[in-house]
Design a protein around this ligand. Structure first.
Ligand code: ZN
Ligand code: ZN
Length: 309
């Protein structure tokens, strides 16, 4: 592949016939030899697609030729080639699975009633004006924040996006309800929905980072309020916004800084945890910290151990 590129974009817009869009998108991407993941729902499209630069450009041009997708904000990044194992184009009830397909209303102008969009520059202005009152609220799965997040961000206890509703209804974050809260996520899509869900549950002043961490990193590099690496859902696994940026994640075995996730070797667990290149090469700590703990417990006090049987 000459120049591998990856594009990331979403559009919230009413789609009366998602299945027709799915067929068109699949044929288009497949004919150009692209791979990645496209989700379509009655509320729009969410895509991460990779391939050779010329093919990706053609895909973007054709996608934008469909009037409802014309405004798509396309985020480009460099791939490594074969960044995705396959092409998957699917129709789903929600673009992002919060488990609340009926709570958001989408018009030609996007999601109704969401948090105020802040471009990276506007975010810094808000921080200049309101200082420590401003709270960052991570809209991703908690694991992703292990290797990078906004300074002093609140990271909800979420394994999947479905866990957000229980989190924001738990009362844990009620002290934030009268504070300026800035939600952020990888490319911005999760916050389009999350900020509505938060406002509907009494959070009064909610903002969302426009273009997500990706655009923020492009704008401010490593000089702003972002610490560490950005978790990404392709072969790269993580990206940094500047040379010499260190992940804030720590190897489960030797504690060295690392952005590298591996899967737990316990077939019933397979949970991702951080382990540095050297420890992986030397076969150290094949199990995730949770499994290490429960095995340790099993040996020390078998009657207390959590068993998976
Ligand atoms: Zn290590
Ligand atoms: Zn495990």
């Amino acid at each position: 592949m000459a120049t591998p590129k990856i594009v990331l974009f979403y559009v919230f817009t009413p789609l009366p016939d998602p299945e027709a869009i799915r067929l068109w998108q699949h044929t288009l991407a497949d004919s150009l030899g692209l791979k990645g993941r496209v989700i379509i729902s009655k509320d729009g499209i969410n895509a991460t697609i990779g391939g050779d630069i010329d093919d990706v450009k053609q895909y973007v041009r054709a996608t934008k030729s469909y009037a409802p997708f014309k405004k798509a904000d396309i985020k480009w990044s460099n791939g490594e080639g074969d960044d995705f194992p396959r092409l998957s184009v699917k129709v789903r009830p929600e673009l992002v699975t919060f488990g609340t397909p009926d709570e958001i209303t989408v018009t030609e102008n996007g999601v109704e009633g969401g948090g105020t969009h802040l471009k990276p520059g506007a975010l810094h202005k808000l921080l200049d004006e309101r200082g420590d009152d401003v709270v960052f609220f991570d809209g991703r799965n908690a694991m992703e924040a292990q290797i990078g997040k906004f300074r002093n961000a609140i990271v909800p206890d979420t394994e999947t996006t479905r866990d957000f509703i229980a989190e924001i209804e738990s009362g844990k974050y009620d002290d934030l309800k009268d504070k300026p809260v800035v939600t952020y996520c990888t490319g911005g899509i999760r916050c389009e929905v999350l900020s509505v869900l938060m406002k509907n549950r009494g959070f009064e002043e909610v903002y969302q980072l426009d273009g997500g961490i990706v655009r923020y990193g492009e704008t401010f590099g490593s000089s702003g309020y972002w610490d560490g690496s950005l978790y990404v859902f392709d072969k790269r696994m993580h990206v940094e916004f500047g040379d010499g940026v260190e992940s804030i994640g720590h190897c489960a075995s030797c504690d060295a800084n690392t952005p590298l996730f591996v899967n737990c070797e316990n077939a019933e667990c397979r949970k991702q945890y951080l382990r540095c290149e050297e420890c992986t090469a030397n076969g150290r700590q094949p199990l995730c910290p949770d499994c290490v703990q429960s095995r340790g417990l099993a040996e020390a006090a078998p009657e207390l151990a959590i068993t998976s049987s």
